[in-house]
Write a protein that binds this ligand. Sequence first.
Ligand SMILES: Cc1cc2nc3c(=O)[nH]c(=O)nc-3n(C[C@H](O)[C@H](O)[C@H](O)COP(=O)(O)OP(=O)(O)OC[C@H]3O[C@@H](n4cnc5c(N)ncnc54)[C@H](O)[C@@H]3O)c2cc1C
Length: 414
Amino acid sequence: MEIRTFPCDAAIFCTGGIGAVFGRSTNSVVCTGSAQSALFQQGVYYANGEFIQVHPTAIPGEDKCRLMSESARGEGGRVWVPKQAGDKRSGKDIPENERFYFLEEWYPKYGNLVPRDVATRAIHKIVFEMKMGLVGEPAVYLDVTHIPRETLDRKLEGILEIYEKFVGVDPREEPMKVFPAMHYTMGGLWVDNENQATNVPGIYAAGECEYQYHGANRLGANSLVSCIYGGMLAGPAAVRYSHGLESGCENTSPAVFERERVRQQDITDALLNQHKGTENPLTIWREMGDIMTEHVTVIRYNANLEKTLAKLDELSARFTRINLQDRTQWANQTLNFVRELGNMLILARVITMGALARNETRGAHYKPDFPERDDANWLKTTKASYNDGNIQLEYEPIDTSLLPLRERKYTAKS
Ligand SMILES: Cc1cc2nc3c(=O)[nH]c(=O)nc-3n(C[C@H](O)[C@H](O)[C@H](O)COP(=O)(O)OP(=O)(O)OC[C@H]3O[C@@H](n4cnc5c(N)ncnc54)[C@H](O)[C@@H]3O)c2cc1C
């Protein structure tokens, strides 16, 4: 394995979400946020890290969670649990009048189509507070069995096949078992709204890795729109920037690039030569993912967020004692993973600090101790910066001149 530098005048980062910070998520396993964290550590602001979206209907898996798309509910899929807690019958054997369609009952106007954060919290309430989850499993049913098979095959074949493939059950015949999972990162690298430029000249970002378009909550299907629009701005802006430079990278002393290459090589060598380490990187990653999922996703309490920060301190200390086991210099995936893990630990801290500071409820960020949206104090963007190993938060006002603020309400009857 070789570390090389690629000199350029401008770079656009499109490195996606950060699901791996939460261990298992619906994201691809390559979405570690490592690049965002590396940029953050080199001076780029990270904005609204605390806004993390959990998707209500995922299929839990050992390696990662698979998404059961909203289109299942869009086509008429219904979410329910047995009325009688502990009912041992299989879903298809439970008659209609013994089912509790809790989203339809609690949110009559929107029913199964309430936004992700509302559905997610409702499922958590059913499973953890009301103890009405399916027997032995933190799960609820997502049911499409009442929709004609021909319609399902025409409209939902792709997503139903995912369930069939990973669970081994035909969802046209039996209700699917689903549970919420971390899904999307509303926050990300700070960029301006004209050029997708970060605060470091020549560095641009577009797509899920940047923070700009979704505030505290992303609506379904809006990510791809923001990716396309962000890319449309970032591309020409990066070209304009490079053309406008008086002197580009071709006139920069090679020593500048060599210095960074050596710095990176030293980090790698130190990891490879750390023979006395006792810590397993996968264990550290799992512990980070578990505590982030437990305390920094659906429901957030300040005491738990503080506990999470303390745990991240402990994990960061253990990270310095990692034993790589695999020391080969050829396709060493553990080495790559460990370097990413170091970056993930820093991003986890940014997310948790942002969540701890924001004493309100807004979009996907929900604190039972502060249940209202507090525009007077918190209608602002969190901007985290990194200085000498310390993370600092500051805030930026939000321009609401084009869209008047109004309360988000889903409990209306019609
Ligand atoms: C299961 C699922 C279903 C979804 N469905 C929808 C939908 O229906 N509609 C919608 O709008 N949105 C949807 N989303 C969200 C949307 O797909 C993503 O937000 C979007 O694809 C992100 O695109 P991106 O180009 O920013 O990042 P990605 O598509 O994630 O691409 C990031 C790329 O960067 C690479 N990369 C990452 N780190 C590094 C690194 N350190 N060095 C080099 N390369 C790196 C990765 O390998 C990857 O190729 C869904 C997301 C998931 C997970």
